[in-house]
Design a protein around this ligand. Sequence first.
Ligand SMILES: [Fe+2]
Ligand SMILES: [Fe+2]
Length: 380
Amino acid sequence: MSDFQLTTETQEPAFETETKVIYQWNYDPEVEELRRLYVKAAEAQWVSERDLEWDRDIDMELFASTPMGMGMPLEETTYWKGLPDETRTLFTRKTAAFRLSNFLHGEQGALMVASQLVNAVPHTDAKFYAATQTMDEARHVEVFARYIEKLDEVQPIAEPLKNVLDATLQTGDWLKKLVGMQIVVEGLALYSFREMRNLTQEPLLKDLLTYVARDESRHHAYGVQYVSRCVPQLDENRLRDLEDFALEASRTLIDARSSTTLFTAMLEIWAAAGMDVGALLASAEKELPALTAARGPKRRLGPVQGFVIPTLRRCGLLSERVARHYHEMMVANLSSSVAGEDVDEFLSRIPDLPEDTAAWVLAELQEDEREMPTAVQPSA
Ligand SMILES: [Fe+2]
Ligand SMILES: [Fe+2]
C-alpha cells in the first residue's frame, strides 16, 4: 500500500455545490409508499461477487448481438456487413465499451446525487430510500467498471452527460436533483438498459443488466412517487422552474448537437481501432435513407418521448407551456412524422407510463421497439 496518496492523478478538482442539509426529527413513517419502497430495496440487495459469474469469459460470438445504440442502423450498411468477422467483433466491442463507460460514469453521478439526497430531502422515509439507492449505485459503479475491464477499456465521460450530472449535483434544490437524476438521467438509462439487456445474448452482460435494471426501476419509482407527492404543494414559480430544469436536462442529453458530440467521439474511437470511417460514412449516407424508409411509418418513439415525457406527465410536470418546447425539440431531432405535426398530435402519441416498470424493463421488446430513431445525420 505504499503507493497510497491523498491526491490521485485520476481525480478531478473539487467543486462547490449548493446542496443543503436538513435534520428531520419525526422518525415515524409519513410517506407510506416511500417507506414500502425502502423495505423492498433492502430486501432486493444483491452482491456482485456472489451473484454474478465473474469467472466466466465474455463470449465474443454471443457478444456480437449487443445493440450498438448509435441512433441509426449502421450494422445494416454494406460497409459494416462487408467487414471480416474479427474486425466487426472488434468494432462492436469498442462501441459497447464506449456506451458502457458512459453508463459507468453516469452511475458515479447517481451515487453522488443519491448520497446528497440523504442530506437534502426533508422527509425521513425519503432519506431512508436515498440511503438504499446510494448502496445500489455503488454496486452499479462496481459491476460496470469490472465488466468493461474484462471487455476492453474505460472511455472518458461524454460531455453532455457530464454537464447534466454537474448541474444536478450543483443545484441547491432537492426537487431538481430528483427530477434531473431519478426522472431524466435514470429514465433514459432505464430505457437503454432495457434495450441492451433484451437484445444482448452475452450471458454475463445480460445477468448484470438484469440486476441493475431491477434496481433502476425502483430508483425511477422513487422519483415518480416522491415528486408527484410534492408537485401539488409547489407555487407557480417553483413549478415552472422545475419543469424547465427537466426540459434543459433532456435537451442537453438528446439534442442534435449532443448526438453529434457522441457520434464524433465514437468515430474517433473507431478510427483509432483501425476503421476506415470515411468508407463507413459514405456507405451510411448512401444507404441509410432507404434502410430507414424500408421500415415504414411505424417508428420507435425513443427514450424521451417513450419514457421521460410520460414520467413527467405522471408527476404533474408537463404543462402545455413546456409540452410545446418538447414538441419543438422532438421535431428538430426526429422530424414531425415521428414527433407529430402539432402539440396535440405530439401529446396524443405519448404512451402511458407502464404500471409496473420492473416488469416492463424485463419483458421482451416488441418488434417495433427494436428500431432506432435516426437522431444523427452521418454527415454531421
Ligand atoms: Fe444505477
Ligand atoms: Fe439508479
